[in-house]
Design a binder for this molecule. Sequence first.
Ligand code: ADP
Ligand code: MG
Length: 241
Amino acid sequence: MTTHSDQELAVRCRGLTKRYGSGDERVDALRGVDLDVRSGELLMLVGPSGCGKTTLISIITTILDQDDGTCEVLGRDVGCMPESERTRFRGEAIGFVFQAFNLLPALTAVENVSVPLLLSGMAREAAEKRARSVLEEVGLAARADALPRKLSGGQQQRVAIGRALVHDPKLVVCDEPTSNLDAKTGHEMMDILRGVARAPGRALIVVTHDNRTFGYADRMARMEDGRVVEVSDGERQEVQP
Ligand code: ADP
Ligand code: MG
């Protein structure tokens, strides 16, 4: 059974709007988005290509500014946050998993996972120790010293998940994490996200239009044409041991 211990909100968006370009080129990417994400839940954000999913999570993760509306993340109004503070907030509180993995090709798996810790000032030895334990959690301990090009797509995505979790963020955001993976690897990835990424009090937003993964959601938010048009309970089924 899913419990939301305190119904605390990790993310609260109201009336968010965002447009790109102007005149003939103008695109209204968000047209008044309301969305709540609870601490401790896995919220899946679904909808057709171009409906505004990446734009919405870019605002939530402070990479992009909204034009209008409010966006509170972990109790902070991110729209009003100065640039210097955003970088720090992002580095401490948020973990990302991208569709394209975005690993640094010259660094080994363990070095890639260490990067967020090194950026926050942790000593190399301590960072690599922590990174190795995270790689073990995602089932990649044996390949910790391999370069990304020596790893399969699924293994590279495990490294990317490890890197997103290594600093123990309160919010993890994954943009189409399974779309470059075959069906079997995609399911493995969702198992890892559900099992490892769901720490107490941590919220997970998974953007996807891969309906094979819908069964992993606590709740689903469906977007259409720049709005969240429906939020429903997920189809999550407990896995039999
Ligand atoms: P999704 O992630 O759901 O596919 P996006 O948020 O990427 O949707 O895009 C929403 C709309 O905004 C689309 O019409 C897209 O073409 C447009 N768009 C996204 N990014 C930009 C940009 N940097 N400049 C202009 N238009 C953009
Ligand atoms: Mg997108």
